[in-house]
Design a protein around this ligand. Structure first.
Ligand code: APR
Ligand code: ZN
Length: 358
C-alpha cells in the first residue's frame, strides 16, 4: 500500500488514499519519492486543459530513491537517488535517432496505462509519473541518477521547471552572450528561464508578470527589469532595448495572449520561444502583414528541448558551482494532503514552486 493524492474525476478534489502499485515489471523501477514540485501542467491536467484519464495521481516533477528494480534493469539499484523524467525517450524512434529525444513518439506510452489500483479501480499516473505518491512505479528510462550529496528536494525541481526553463533558453532559443531576453510568466518555469538567461550571459533580462510580488524574486535570480503586462508592453520593452525590441522572448504561461505578447516583445528578426502549454481552444492570431514584415521566428519548445540524461548532469554542475539557485524557486512546502493549496495559489498567480515533502 502506498499513500497518494488521488484525483477521482476531472476538476475533482485531491484526497490522500491508499493505492496498490502494480508490481514492478520488467524494465521498471519502484521509486520512493522524497519531494515533488507542483507544476502548472498538473493544474492543466486536473482542469482538462491537457488530457488526462481519471482516477489519477498527478505530479511529474519528482526525485527520490530507488527501492526495487524489475527484471532486465541495468544501471540502477536499490538506494540510488534519481530524478524522474516525465518524457522518457525510447532511444530508437525517428526523433530519438535524430537528436530530438524530447519529441520521442513513445514518451507518453506510460500515460494511458494504469500504474496502480485504488479500491480495485485502475489509477493512472499523471504524465506517466505519479509523483504525488509516497512511491511510484516508472520505466527505468524515466530515472536519471543523481549523486547522493545533492539534496533530493532541490533535485526534484530539475525534473520539470528547471530542465524546461533553462533548456528553453540554452537549447531552444540558444541565447548568446550580450543578447536581450524577455521572460513572460514568472512561475517555476519562468524563474528558471531567468536563471538560464543569466547563465547564457544575456545583457538585459526583462521579467514580465502581472503579480508585483514576483518582482523581488525575479530580480534576485538575475532579471534586470520587471514589468507588468499591459497594452503598451512592447513599446516599454523597445525603450529598454535601444528602440529595437528584445533578441529573445521566452513564453512561460501558455495562453494565446501571452504567446502573442512574447512575439511582439521581440525585435525585427528576433525569436519568441514558446514553453507554455495551453488549451487547444485558445488561438494565437497574427495578421497577414506582420509575419513577413517583422521576420521573427517563433519556436515551440517541449521539455526545454532537453535530453534529461545529458542536461541534468550539466545543470548539476551549474548548481554545484553556485550558478543555479534551486532552493530559491521554492516558495512553499506542503504535505501530500495539501497539494490542493498549491493549485489554489497557482490559479491566483501566487508564489513560485510549491514542493511536496514526503
Ligand atoms: N503575462 C505574464 N505572466 C502571466 C500572465 C500574463 N498575461 N498571466 C499569468 N501570468 C503568470 C502568473 O502570474 C504566474 O506567475 O504566469 C505565471 C505562471 O506560473 P505557474 O502557474 O507557476 O506555471 P509554471 O509551472 O511555471 O508553468 C508555466 O509552462 O510547462 C508549462 O504547462 C506549463 O503552461 C505552463 C507554463
Ligand atoms: Zn511540469
Amino acid at each position: 500500500m502506498t499513500r497518494a493524492a488521488v484525483m477521482r474525476a476531472l476538476d475533482g478534489p485531491l484526497a490522500v488514499e491508499d493505492i496498490e502499485l502494480n508490481p514492478t515489471g520488467p524494465g521498471q523501477v519502484r521509486v520512493r519519492l522524497a519531494a515533488a514540485g507542483v507544476c502548472h501542467s498538473d493544474l492543466s491536467l486536473a482542469d482538462g486543459t491537457l488530457r488526462q484519464p481519471f482516477p489519477a495521481v498527478l505530479g511529474h516533477e519528482g526525485a527520490g530513491v530507488v527501492v526495487e528494480t524489475g527484471a532486465g534493469v541495468t544501471g540502477l539499484a536499490p538506494g540510488d537517488h534519481v530524478v524522474l523524467n516525465w518524457s522518457p525517450p525510447c532511444r530508437a524512434c525517428w526523433f530519438c535517432e535524430h537528436g530530438e529525444p524530447y519529441l520521442c513518439v513513445h514518451a507518453d506510452d506510460a500515460r494511458g496505462v494504469p500504474f496502480a489500483t485504488a479500491a480495485g479501480e485502475p489509477v493512472y499516473a499523471g504524465l506517466g509519473t505519479g509523483a504525488f505518491a509516497a512511491e511510484t512505479v516508472v520505466g527505468a528510462h524515466a530515472c536519471i541518477p543523481v549523486p547522493d550529496d545533492i539534496p533530493l528536494a532541490e533535485a526534484a525541481l530539475l525534473g520539470c521547471a528547471v530542465l524546461t526553463g533553462v533548456g528553453a533558453v540554452t537549447n531552444a532559443a540558444r541565447v548568446r552572450p550580450g543578447q536581450t531576453v524577455v521572460v513572460v510568466g514568472l512561475g517555476g518555469v519562468g524563474l528558471a528561464a531567468i536563471q538560464g538567461a543569466r547563465l547564457a550571459g544575456a545583457s538585459a533580462i526583462i521579467a514580465v508578470d502581472p503579480a508585483p510580488a514576483k518582482e523581488a524574486l525575479a530580480l534576485s535570480l538575475g532579471a534586470t527589469h520587471y514589468l507588468a503586462p499591459h497594452a503598451g508592453l512592447a513599446k516599454e520593452i523597445r525603450a529598454l532595448t535601444g528602440g529595437l525590441g528584445a533578441d529573445h522572448a521566452i513564453e512561460c504561461v501558455g495562453r494565446g495572449e501571452t504567446i502573442r505578447a512574447a512575439w511582439s516583445a521581440t525585435r525585427r528578426g528576433g525569436t519568441a520561444t514558446v514553453v507554455g502549454l495551453g488549451s487547444a481552444q485558445d488561438p494565437v492570431t497574427f495578421n497577414a502583414l506582420e509575419v513577413a514584415f517583422f521576420a521573427r521566428t517563433i519556436v515551440g519548445c517541449m521539455y526545454g528541448s532537453t535530453d534529461p540524461a545529458v542536461d541534468v548532469p550539466i545543470l548539476l554542475e551549474h548548481y554545484r558551482a553556485g550558478r543555479l539557485d534551486l532552493a530559491a524557486l521554492v516558495s512553499d512546502e506542503v504535505e501530500l494532503a495539501d497539494v490542493g493549496e498549491a493549485f489554489s495559489r497557482m490559479r491566483a498567480g501566487q508564489g513560485a514552486r510549491t514542493l511536496v515533502r514526503f
